[in-house]
Design a protein around this ligand. Structure first.
Ligand code: TPP
Length: 559
């Protein structure tokens, strides 16, 4: 059956058809026909953000939490350009997002019309796919393709730019024949050599399993655990692989790379085999690649063939999704243990030296959140020192319970992304953990949480500095703290101004009560932790350095 509908109505129908629950957006001239149609479709709940960047991060958070595309909407020009950082963030971390932008009417395109921006051109390198819809007759197909492309294979953001007159144009609408799940395009058959991979595992004396975001995206937790248990290979989780393997499991070692634990990086440097699943060996993991894992051959399992051999030489590459590849590798490998190797790694362990002088340590704060929530929380972190503490010190036991901006390292991500995560997981406590710098980048979203009743809990690690940059200045720039001291407003009174609960914690004795009260509050809540101002994240591999050369203690003051 076909009906005559406007482009705006067709857009809403496709969103319904794709099972969209939430749209994160902000209206404006070129997207007004869509906002005019929207109230006719009450199943589409629109969340009015306070800045379009937050709409993109919230859609990203929703996408990472559910595996289904998060949707953000903006007007042309400044609305669209405000999405850019969020789109780039989703692209770097393979998060499924569909971004819908209004565009000036077709006849005005290319004439520097009011609020005209070539958003397609701007986002070309940071989207998986993007298109400008030229006529209402193609609108439904372009949108369905966008949803399919955002999730199929390696997920990513897709942008659909819709001129205002196309939103007003009448066209015929028919239900999608393949309504519901998007259909994947057929893939080229790839011949994977599991026998060679298994032979390398059998022959290795010091093998490691290194797992990344691809394990979370493919829901391959059980398979990865089974592979580790069958082979006894110790498991390393990258920043985006955290929560892909249970912390506290006897085979779990920790995080590698620039701020990875010393014993993890030493294990990499001594390993003779690394089996990497769903990761891209990025430079924060490898340090200088010429010195990375000098004794190891690498077996790399990844969905994206472009990742195999991109950053490190690979002995065997297996292409496909982490779940099915890992299942087949489990069948191919022979059971073994790695007890001698594991005992050797144990000897690499060091006492943690995080150089806290105050009593309110990041570890005690994170333990407080874990205890109060009974380990059920999803933690969404921002970018900086606190991000590393959240990655290393919180015991993640639930799959996909740690969400952060890894690839782009986008300050301001945590608060808006946590809104998307909370809407996706209404029954789960969601804590956004930010520094005092990153929190101030998107704290305007508290208003969105209040208006839309999204009870995100926000922890601020206030050290009075842009801490991670200050740490680099301390280590590598002779302690010249240029533009890193940062003033903050009174966050308790800020919370009050928004009509939500706010707490300030100055000593460790106050930690548990403040977290418990914030967590129990039915609405959003802010807890500010006054942490040691010049605490550092240790160990640290200097930028461009080798994993064998960590800084483990306070450098001598500049002379
Ligand atoms: C949008 C953006 N701008 C700048 C940076 C560079 N940067 C990385 S960490 C950091 C400091 C973060 O400070 P804060 O939010 O207070 O967290 P802390 O490191 O103190 O925990 C900066 C400025 C960034 N990652 N993102």
């Amino acid at each position: 059956m076909t009906d005559q509908l406007t482009g705006a109505q067709i857009l809403c129908r496709v969103l319904q058809e794709q099972g969209v629950e939430y749209l994160f957006g902000y209206p404006g001239g070129a997207i007004m026909p869509f906002y005019h149609a929207l109230p006719e479709y009450p199943s589409l709940r629109h969340i009015l953000v306070r800045h379009e960047q937050a709409a993109a991060h919230a859609a990203d958070g929703y996408g990472r939490a559910t595996g289904r595309p998060g949707v953000c909407v903006a007007t042309s020009g400044p609305g669209a350009t405000n999405l850019v950082t969020g789109i780039a963030t989703a692209h770097m971390d393979s998060a499924p997002v569909v971004a819908i932008t209004g565009q000036v009417s077709r006849g005005m395109i290319g004439r520097d019309a009011f609020q005209e921006t070539d958003i397609l051109g701007i986002t070309l390198p940071i989207t998986k796919h993007s298109c400008l819809v030229q006529d209402v007759s193609e609108l439904a197909d372009r949108l369905r393709e966008a949803f399919a492309i955002a999730t199929e294979g390696r997920p990513g953001p897709v942008l659909v730019d819709i001129p205002k007159d196309v939103q007003n144009q009448k066209g015929s609408w028919s239900e999608s024949r393949a309504s519901g799940a998007p259909t994947a395009t057929p893939r080229v058959e790839i011949i994977n050599d599991f026998t060679s991979a298994a032979a390398l595992v059998a022959a290795a004396q010091r093998p490691l399993l290194m797992v990344g975001h691809g394990v979370i995206l493919a829901d391959a937790y059980a398979e990865v655990k089974a592979l580790a248990v069958k082979t006894g290979m110790p498991v390393i989780t990258t920043l985006l692989g955290i929560s892909a393997f249970p912390e506290g499991h006897e085979l779990h070692l920790g995080m590698p790379g620039m701020h990875g634990e010393v014993h993890v990086n030493r294990a990499i440097q001594h390993a003779d085999l690394i089996v990497g699943i769903g990761l891209r060996f990025d430079d924060r993991v490898t340090g200088n690649t010429s010195g990375f894992a000098p004794r190891a051959r690498i077996v790399h399992l990844d969905l994206d063939p472009a990742e195999i051999g991109k950053n490190v030489p690979v002995a065997v590459g297996l292409v496909g999704d982490a779940k099915s590849l890992t299942s087949r590798l489990i069948e191919a490998v022979t059971a073994r243990d790695c007890l001698t190797w594991r005992a050797e790694i144990e000897r690499y362990r060091r006492d943690r030296n995080e150089a806290y002088r105050g009593d309110l340590s990041p570890e005690s704060i994170l333990r407080g959140i874990e205890e109060v929530t009974g380990g059920s929380a999803t933690i969404v972190s921002d970018v900086g020192q606190h991000q590393m503490w959240v990655a290393k010190l919180y015991p993640y036991r639930q799959p996909n319970s740690h969400i952060t901006s890894g690839g782009l390292g986008t300050m301001g991500f945590a608060v808006p992304a946590a809104m998307g995560v909370k809407l996706a997981r209404p029954g789960t406590p969601v804590w956004a953990v930010s520094g005092d710098g990153g929190f101030q980048m998107n704290m305007q979203e508290i208003a969105t949480m209040v208006q839309e009743k999204i009870p995100v809990k926000m922890a601020i690690f206030n050290n009075g500095y842009l801490g991670m940059v200050r740490q680099w200045q301390q280590f590598f720039h002779g302690r010249r703290y240029s533009a890193t001291p940062i003033w903050s407003p009174d966050y308790v009174r800020l919370a009050e101004a928004y009509g939500i609960a706010g707490y300030r914690v100055e000593t460790s004795r106050q930690t548990e009560e403040a977290i418990a009260r914030a967590n129990a509050d039915p609405g959003p809540a802010v807890v500010e932790f006054m942490i040691e101002q010049e605490a550092n994240v240790y160990p640290m591999i200097p930028p461009g350095g080798s994993l064998s050369e960590p800084i483990e203690a306070e450098p001598a003051p500049a002379g």
